[in-house]
Ligand binder design. Structure first.
Ligand code: NAP
Length: 248
């Protein structure tokens, strides 16, 4: 399938995990993919190499999505180099866990600034070029805990619930410009973010999932690619669960 031929995509947090799988999936289907990363240059280089080795087009850029000026500059740079931007995937995220009583202001701010303000800044930055192009597609990577809540993840779940509201508002705002805005809410997916959990907890979680297993990054990437594609041309403001039935 080459339904993304001649399209340019920006995938934040494309160096590892779900973002890497999204970048590889979009590139496999013909998109030129710009991945962003926060600091892990080796992982970003590996993602780009995997795409180029498979015959695709990709480059990596480093910036902090929590820095709104840097987000604006990143989009300007992509426009200068490629003259278009068709797809934005706001995937970069951090999960800082902790119980309410001991949770620090700085951890709250870092979580909200990265997961929520980052998506806002980038959507604001891409809106102008996408309007000029008369179309575009934005996919935000939220989380099941934004829908369900989770003890010990107040900041993370607030940021992800906020991302759902943000998605719906911007979907309404940009619909008349032929820009669709959707989000996915992955459940429990194997990546570095979940690697630290002990085996007992992982087994307990898998037992609570109707499909009886933890998901993988490619399964999230397929859902993101669907929403980004013309196959989803009449879908905007949607929240697509990719969670094995863990939350319905
Ligand atoms: P991950 O393996 O920890 O990777 C996080 C990615 O985000 C990396 O590419 C990282 O860049 C980038 N990043 C982090 N902070 C950033 C910042 N301030 N500026 C720019 N980039 C930044 O995470 P993941 O598990 O693939 O998760 C990807 C997304 O899916 C996140 O939004 C996460 O909340 C969401 N999600 C994950 C799960 C799950 O079970 N894994 C479930 C639901 C939702 P570096 O490589 O440079 O550090």
């Amino acid at each position: 399938m080459s339904d993304f031929a001649n399209k340019v995509a920006l995938v934040t947090g494309g160096s590892r995990g779900i973002g890497r799988a999204i970048a590889q999936t979009l590139a496999k289907r013909g998109a030129t993919v710009v991945i962003s990363y926060a600091g892990n240059e080796a992982a970003a280089t590996e993602t780009v190499k995997s795409i180029v080795d498979a015959g695709g087009k990709a480059k990596a850029i480093r910036f902090d999505v929590a820095d709104s000026e840097a987000c604006g500059k990143a989009v300007d740079d992509v426009m200068k180099e490629f003259s278009r931007l068709d797809i934005l995937v706001n995937n970069a995220g951090v999960a800082i866990d902790g119980l309410l009583m001991r949770f620090k202001d700085e951890d709250w701010d870092k979580t909200l600034d990265t997961n929520l303000k980052g998506a806002f800044s980038l959507m604001r930055a891409v809106s102008r070029p996408m309007m000029k192009q008369k179309g575009g597609s934005i996919v935000n990577v939220s989380s099941i805990v934004g829908e369900m809540g989770n003890a010990g993840q107040a900041a993370y779940s607030a940021s992800k619930a906020g991302l759902i509201g943000l998605t719906k508002s911007i979907a309404r705002e940009l619909a008349s410009r032929n820009i669709r805005v959707n989000c996915v809410t992955p459940g429990f997916i194997t990546t570095d973010m979940t690697a630290g959990l002990n085996e007992e907890l992982k087994k307990k979680m898998a037992d609570a999932i109707p499909l009886s297993r933890i998901g993988n990054a490619e399964e999230v990437a397929n859902a993101v690619a669907f929403l980004a594609s013309d196959h989803a041309s009449y879908i905007t403001g949607e929240v697509l669960k990719v969670n094995g039935g863990m939350y319905m």
